[in-house]
Design a protein around this ligand. Structure first.
Ligand code: GSH
Length: 209
């Protein structure tokens, strides 16, 4: 049975949702950032971390999501297995890891992005982070258009990449002035995921955990 180390509402929410979608037994362990327990499984002190029964550890959300999709093909969460479908999945996984997630860092931890620790300097860093997040959300919103899901032909097929989007959309709703009002296609994706019973169960479990 795999074990997922998570923090409530963090990017680890994505693999948590995917484990629930897969529907096989798993354990979810809530940890504090940088805690001894977390450092023992991930030297970066970050979530998510996945541990398999034999002790094998995997970090990095994108890698965990790809691993879960590939190791449970019957769940149909990879976004497709052709060369181009795999490339599209990598493309969007990289977008969430490197473009959208990274754009939130100046908002969450502005002190890491300036040597001037005045409130004004930190406020300026947060404002530039907000602009960058909005730019990346624009890219996602345009890609979505009329689609229901991020990957796949036509209106798309639900995949691990939609789960990857979910925590970041929630951060945007909470942290951006105006939330995601300017991004109606992302709002639609959010609403579809938020209405999913598996997603609701994970949110409740993380809150209670
Ligand atoms: N590139 C890593 C980033 C992981 C990461 O930084 N996760 C955040 C939560 S969303 C975290 O654990 N932060 C703890 C910290 O920065 O101390 C991934 O995609 O898994």
């Amino acid at each position: 049975m795999p074990t997922l180390f998570y923090a409530t509402g963090a990017c680890s929410l994505a693999p948590h949702i995917v484990l629930e979608w897969i529907g096989e037994p798993y354990e979810a362990v809530k940890v504090q950032f940088g805690s001894k327990e977390l450092l023992a499984v991930n030297p970066a002190g970050a979530v998510p971390t996945l541990r398999e029964d034999d002790g094998w550890l995997l970090t990095q959300a994108g890698a965990i999501l790809e691993y879960l999709a590939a190791s449970h093909p019957d769940a149909g969460l990879s976004g497709g297995d052709s060369l181009r479908e795999r490339a599209e999945a990598h493309r969007w996984s990289a977008f969430f890891t490197s473009d959208l997630h990274a754009a939130f860092w100046p908002i969450f931890t502005p002190q890491r992005y300036t040597t001037d620790h005045s409130d004004d300097a930190k406020k300026a860093v947060v404002e530039s982070g907000v602009k960058l997040v909005q730019k990346q959300l624009g890219t996602l919103n345009d890609h979505l258009g009329e689609r229901d899901w991020i990957l796949g032909e036509g209106r798309g097929t639900r995949s691990v990449i939609d789960a990857y989007a979910f925590p970041m959309i929630r951060w945007a709703i909470r942290m951006l002035p105006g939330g995601i009002d300017a991004f109606p296609n992302i709002q639609r994706l959010h609403d579809a995921l938020a209405a999913d019973p598996a997603v609701q169960k994970v949110l409740a479990d993380e809150k209670a955990g």
